[in-house]
Design a protein around this ligand. Structure first.
Ligand code: SAM
Ligand code: SF4
Length: 335
């Protein structure tokens, strides 16, 4: 085991969580993320191989990264995903490995991913209605997503967390929002609502249309009693948690726009083409792929990663008049 100094930025935030995007391709086209025709995909040759991902993760783990979340695009589209998980699980010290997924195709892979070392999953589920799913994600795959969620729970990839983004007049009807919570309560999944952020490839985000955390809570309160949990229950996690009907079940609201949590951010991202992004909204990124392929040492790569963290800004600035949406869409950054 090699240890380097932890990844602390100039505001004292210690970085322990690495999000690795393993592909920018996706099986769905959620309108808050991608246009129906997709986006220009990253050229295959620029995408990191399994060995390259594991090597960079090894450097990050030596700098105090404890959790690795695989994301995308849709990570299940990567054919060697089980090998990526196995390689990451073999690091010393072994990080906790999880995945954010739309769960299409998870039913046939959940057990293999668990056996390779994955411990849990976050699944995006925006509706329980097939017609709404098709309107929102432009593909008729709700049944696959639901089968994937069940398979994840059966394989012990728990707690299964469900992420929901509400879009006005599409999936925000009070009965549907409460219905999602009822579904989560019934099956023991942890539901969290995420405010829509300006990260769609189409640049169509409109603050006046966004469903805020407050509005989400009002809709949930039409069906359940919610009691806020103290901030300690949240730690560095972005979700503000509420006990449902006296607990112990909870529901979360991630109000990235109206109540930013940048002050406790402990995340750094590696894109599928080997760029470090110190924030979802960063204007710039640090290229690790070129030096890696040119023979850089682990110390060289660690120095580049540290420099990126040192340069991290205090916040995302969405609420500033000078805010500019990053050129990469969410699917190419890794949410
Ligand atoms: N394809 C996987 C999935 O959907 O879970 C992983 C990648 S996706 C980009 C990761 C998460 O980002 C999902 O929970 C998705 O709902 C969320 N997301 C995508 N675009 C978003 C946006 N504009 N605002 C808020 N969340 C967004
Ligand atoms: Fe694909 Fe996830 Fe984006 Fe939906 S949110 S289009 S599932 S990457």
């Amino acid at each position: 085991m090699r240890t380097r100094e932890p990844l602390v930025d100039s505001y004292g935030r210690v970085h322990r969580d690495l999000r690795i995007s393993v592909t920018d391709r996706c099986s769905l086209r959620c309108t808050y993320c991608m246009p129906e025709d997709g986006v220009p995909w990253l050229p295959r040759a620029t995408m990191l191989t399994t060995e390259e991902i594991v090597r960079l993760a090894d450097v990050a783990v030596s700098m105090g990264i404890e959790e690795i979340r695989l994301t995308g695009g849709e990570p299940l589209l990567r054919r060697d995903l089980v090998d990526v998980v196995g390689g990451l699980a073999g690091l010393d010290p072994a990080p906790e490995i999880s995945m954010t997924t739309n769960a299409v195709g998870l039913a046939k892979n959940a057990a293999a991913l668990r056996d390779a070392g994955m411990t849990r999953v976050n699944v995006s589920l925006d509706t329980l209605r097939r017609d709404v799913f098709i309107t929102l994600a432009k593909r008729d795959r709700l049944a696959d997503t639901l089968a994937g969620i069940r398979a994840a729970a059966d394989a012990g990839l728990v707690p299964v967390k469900l992420n929901t983004v509400l879009m006005r007049d599409i999936n925000d009807a009070e009965a549907d929002v409460v219905g999602l919570l009822d579904f989560a309560l019934e099956h023991g999944y942890e539901l969290r609502f995420i405010e829509q952020m300006p990260l769609d490839a189409q640049h169509g985000w409109d603050r006046s249309q966004m469903i805020s955390g407050e509005e989400i809570l009002d809709k949930l309160r039409s069906g359940h009693e919610l009691t806020p949990l103290p901030d300690e229950a949240r730690g560095s996690a972005p979700a503000e948690l509420f006990e449902v009907d006296g607990g112990p079940a909870t529901v979360g609201v991630i109000a990235s726009v109206t109540m930013p949590f940048c002050g406790s951010c402990d995340r750094v991202r590696l894109t599928a083409d080997g760029m470090i992004r110190n924030c979802l909204f960063a204007a710039g990124e640090t290229d690790l792929r070129t030096p890696l392929r040119d023979g850089a040492s682990d110390d060289d790569l660690a120095a580049l990663l540290r420099a990126s963290i040192t340069a991290k800004l205090p916040g995302h600035g969405i609420n500033q008049p000078t805010f500019l949406q990053p050129p990469r869409p969410m699917s190419a950054i890794g949410g």
